[in-house]
Design a protein around this ligand. Sequence first.
Ligand SMILES: Cc1ncc(COP(=O)(O)O)c(C=O)c1O
Length: 434
Amino acid sequence: MFDEKGEQYLDCINNVAHVGHCHPEVVKAALKQMELLNTNSRFLHDNIVEYAKRLSATLPEKLSVCYFTNSGAYHGHLSSLIEISPYKFRKGKDVKKEFVHVAPVPDTYRGKYREDHADPASAYADEVKKIIEEAHNSGRKIAAFIAESMQSCGGQIIPPAGYFQKVAEYVHGAGGVFIADEVQVGFGRVGTHFWSFQMHGKDFVPDIITMGKPMGNGHPMACVVTTKEIAEAFSSSGMEYFNTFGGNPVSCAVGLAVLDIIENEDLQGNATRVGNYLTELLNKQKAKHTLIGDIRGIGLFIGIDLVKDPQKRTPATAEAQHVIYKMKEKRVLLSADGPHRNVLKIKPPMCFTEEDAKFMVDQLDGILTVLEEALGAKTESVISETTPCKIEMPMEAHLELLNDSITDSKENPSRKRNGVCTDKHSRLSKRLKT
Ligand SMILES: Cc1ncc(COP(=O)(O)O)c(C=O)c1O
């Protein structure tokens, strides 16, 4: 991809540009419809009907009613959604409303029940059961359970097999509905299936799914799909769903082009092939670098969990930030997420190639090698001194200094740090460079 200055980057994070940035077929479809009509006419346009049909064909039969929107309703714009998203409310005043219950993330690497547990799926699902019982004991009812089918912002977590089936059983038993968020992980990203929830087996079908991002390849297009029963319950409340921009004819033309491209270019097959190859390369890196604690993922949805200590699995947050900025200098775009922001996220456009994967891993290898060498040196120098400035220093700043120290020593020995450095930081900076 190119930035606004025409510089080329390898995009490893953009799950919106699903079929590739500026795909000519997407551009053509948008342009063609733009020349005809780009507005809601209050009557059903053929494009929206056609799109709904094509979308339904990818889903289990019971998910047949589509509500088109222009956003996946980010947990951040509406107070009602901030309230149900720990990812958001924990970044604010961290006040959890009494009607919200947060289940532990089914993370078998760093979570409560790990890979050595005999049945982590049941153990994590039992946590949900317990929450439901506690809610009932305090006189509450359960309306819904919402989760991403694979947690992206949560740190590229793939729930253990059988977890969702059990959770759905408990939630349904309590009269609630199961909402699967497919905004980041839908549209064939996992390769083996079109929707991530389908990986969990045919016996698991959510009651509501939300989708967005890749749907319009960057064009604002999103949708909520649900069952007839739930849609009827909603309409019988007297509430009419209306959205000015949701499902406009251009968006639907774009969406149809995206569906065609996924199929015609076998992008699901590509996700499997390239995803497997990339995972293989990354596992070799894991054997080489102590900073890599875990590689997990499926298709083109992969996480690299960076740790300070492989035994304790201590999240290497500052190191992850350092890596993503260094990767950007190498013209590779990555991001870090998860509760500790230490998991490097890989979710590239689905046309990502084996060559791209190799290039990305080679750059990562180089950066981790230099970083690990420097961290070894840093540990020695820091341990040897006990000045107050070292204790006050946030880890991010350590890494910033380390970053400069690496750049200085490798690329320009005479370069001085510019800007932010106070005197005491300069002292530390000097120490780190020795
Ligand atoms: C998992 C997940 N759900 C929902 C959303 C909301 O989508 P939108 O930004 O289109 O409102 C996002 C957006 O980043 C997301 O990552």
